[in-house]
Design a protein around this ligand. Sequence first.
Ligand SMILES: [Zn+2]
Ligand SMILES: [Zn+2]
Length: 338
Amino acid sequence: MAMMAAVQISKARGNFELVEKRIPDPSPDQVRIKVEACGVCHSDLILKDGLFPGIEYPRVPGHEVIGVVDAIGSMVKGFSPGQRVGVGWHGGHCFVCNSCRRGDFMTCDKATVCGISYDGGYAQYMVAPQDALAHVPDGLDPVAGAPLMCAGVTTFNALRHSGAKPGNVVGIQGMGGLGHLGIQFARAMGYHTVAISSSESKRDLAMQLGAHDFVDTSAGPLAKSLQKLGGAAVILATAPSGKSMHPLIEALGPGGKLVVIGVGPEPIAVTPLDLIPQRKSILGWPSGDAMDSQETLEFAALTKTHVMVEVFPLEKAASAFEHMLSGKVRFRAVLKMH
Ligand SMILES: [Zn+2]
Ligand SMILES: [Zn+2]
């Protein structure tokens, strides 16, 4: 029986355990992936702490996977051994519910999550259904590609569906794993890109990543700086803090949208009059499906997006996660298999 190394969580609020597991065989609609790299995401906490109902343990985390197709099930079409693929948060869908019948796979009633519903990429091998697979462009480094499968697709997809037009003022709040990609994507999409951070020390990097303007929220009211530019058409809120999002609403221009992708536990404070007079709105955006991920990888390769990562070996998954949680990782932690 062929075995592999994997890191699993065996109960809610359990630790990362390095274990030997049997290499899984693909069922008819699945491919087996030899994992090259897997990103460490804040949302892996959902598995670690059991924050979703009904999670079955033990479970291997990891939903930012880049690897090579190693074996395919009998019904798989369009993917073959040797091809490079990615798997993201969206782990598959049912094709039967009303959302799926509309082609809106992200809101599928039975959508699965890689690394929560089934074993993910903190392992040398994993299996995934073919509807969860993105093709990876030639030449894209697996370590750089991994964070694009969640942090990347979330920012890219939220921005391209935000309704902002080229030349519009688009603010990117936060300069972590999501924000550093958001600034580059916003610039490449032709927006007047404003980096919004609570730390002046991020200014140089923000400008290097392509921001046209930088606003330090600790230096004065954000709204004043952005209203000088006419107000933002869109602000992408990436900080994992609902509390930090209220001042962003005031910085929106007429019809402006606060697009929320940073996950935090506390509420976003907003009064009706924050929204009504200038027709402002707040919406959330949930990453994207496999084609969205594929288009993210292609756009990142095309525009030479710089994915900033710190690399850890699989057996150091626990410290990679700890570093990420404590904010020590600049900007994404990635596990590299060997
Ligand atoms: Zn994620
Ligand atoms: Zn469905």
